[in-house]
Design a protein around this ligand. Structure first.
Ligand code: BGC
Length: 447
């Protein structure tokens, strides 16, 4: 038996996001978001699902916080629905929206749970999309206005802020691969959006410092790791391009003040123009207090002419997969973390998402999700390896507290430690909930 023991000061938590859990889309003055529009467009989300009700957490937040309390987490990562605060994206503040999050954050604090707040977890106000969305620089101004309102309103209550969740998804997945809202297939547009998102991040950080808000601020890019199939240069380079699309493209500008040359060249050869104005990169390169890392899966890949954006073919070596068909690759987690530390120094890192999709249902009231426990053990062991190798890990936040609206997959994919019956909205703690609770309590587990 091997004991995996974590540092005592490490923080433990779980995460969710507004559109995925809240429901109540027409209540208390909330405006439309691009996900309302997208999910109500036939053919965009599996089974025609949408977030109208989701987990109904807008009404059941006290019950959810009781779950968090029972789980024993130090922190809860949640996101604010921008259209609840600014129904039109900008202009008048909706006081009822603010009041909801005050009640919610107060209840977390009363229960001794530290809130970690994500400002943008994808629910862009539709009114801003109608003006071009993230392709239009005025959306950046609107974001900074919204961020400022939240900083002023919640200073002293919320001490940890995440500007953006997974800018790769909101740029490339949403505007080039067309899988997420707003659902376009345009590489130039996606590159523009990626740059404007980073600018929005940088400007929000500047605002945070200018207002002298106590606390910490960072952002949460998504990562992956692709091991080259062989040591041939072409295989290695194809993998580097794919990894770099997630990591270097979104982190070099923040930590080094420039985009990675190998990708700049690649995009230029595709006829893409970088929408960089003078001074942009200085704005993006704001010192941040931590970086949030989201990691789920990795692959093995090799060069193949014409395959995908980067001539990369994924090779199925038979790794086990979760129920969303993502290969389980815990070593990739370790590689991502050490790679980031080697490239950017010992930046404080919170794992802001890591978790697995398994669709087990309750049998006689119990959900035996042993696979999820195994996934957690494997990834926490990789995390531990990274800590032992000098990676500066401050906390681990698992995705997700509960099953929820899994974007384009609707309700068909379950990532929760708590099972949700989407008909009755009953919450049932899965076996993984109890395993995680014990691990948080002990700060170790055995293998
Ligand atoms: C997102 C979550 C999502 C999870 C699982 C991340 O891409 O931040 O909102 O539910 O991964 O797909």
């Amino acid at each position: 038996m091997s004991i995996i023991q974590f540092p005592t000061e490490m923080k433990w938590g779980v995460a969710t996001a507004s559109y995925q859990i809240e429901g109540a889309v027409n209540e208390d003055g909330r405006g439309l978001s691009i996900w309302d529009t997208f999910s109500h467009t036939p053919g965009k989300v599996l089974n025609g699902d949408n977030g109208d009700i989701a987990c109904d957490s807008y009404h059941r937040y006290e019950e959810d916080i009781a779950l968090l309390k029972d789980l024993g987490v130090d922190v809860y990562r949640f996101s604010i629905a921008w259209p609840r605060i600014y129904p039109q994206g900008t202009g008048d503040v909706n006081e009822k929206g603010l009041a909801f999050y005050h009640k919610f954050v107060d209840t977390l604090l009363e229960n001794g749970i530290e809130p970690i707040c994500t400002l943008y977890h994808w629910d862009l106000p539709q009114a801003l999309q109608d003006e071009g969305g993230w392709n239009n620089r005025s959306t950046i101004d609107a974001f900074v206005e919204y961020a400022e309102t939240m900083f002023r309103e919640f200073k002293g209550k919320i001490n940890y802020w995440i500007t953006l969740n997974e800018p790769w998804c909101t740029s490339f997945l949403s505007n080039y691969l067309g899988v997420h809202a707003p659902g376009y297939n345009d590489l130039q547009l996606a590159v523009n959006v990626s740059h404007h998102l980073l600018l929005a991040h940088g400007r929000a950080v500047q605002k945070f410092r200018e207002l002298n808000i106590e606390g910490e601020i960072g952002y949460a890019p998504n990562t992956t790791w692709i091991d080259p199939y062989s040591n041939k240069t072409e295989d290695i380079q194809a993998c580097q391009r794919e990894i770099g699309w997630y990591i270097e493209w979104f982190m070099d500008p923040v930590f080094k003040g420039k985009y990675p040359e190998f990708l700049v060249e690649w995009f230029k050869n595709k006829g893409v123009k970088l929408p960089i104005n003078e001074g942009d990169l200085e704005v993006i390169k704001q010192p941040i207090d931590f970086i949030g890392i989201n990691y789920y899966s990795g692959h093995v890949g090799r060069y193949k002419e014409g395959e995908g954006l980067f001539h990369l073919e994924m090779i199925d070596l038979g790794y086990e997969r979760t129920d969303i068909d993502w290969p389980i690759y815990p070593d990739g987690f370790y590689h991502v973390l050490t790679h980031i530390t080697e490239r950017y120094g010992k930046v404080p890192i919170y794992i802001t998402e890591n978790g697995s999709c398994y669709n087990e249902e309750p049998v006689h009231g119990r959900v035996k999700d042993n696979n999820r426990i195994k996934y957690l053990q494997q990834h926490l062991t990789s995390l531990h390896r990274a800590i032992q190798s000098g990676v500066n890990i401050k906390g681990y936040i698992s995705w997700s507290l509960m099953d929820n609206f899994e974007w384009a997959e609707g309700y068909s994919k379950r990532f929760g430690l708590v099972f949700i019956n989407f008909r009755t909205l009953e919450r049932i703690k899965k076996d993984s909930f109890y395993w995680y609770k014990k691990t948080i309590e002990n700060k170790w587990f055995d293998l």
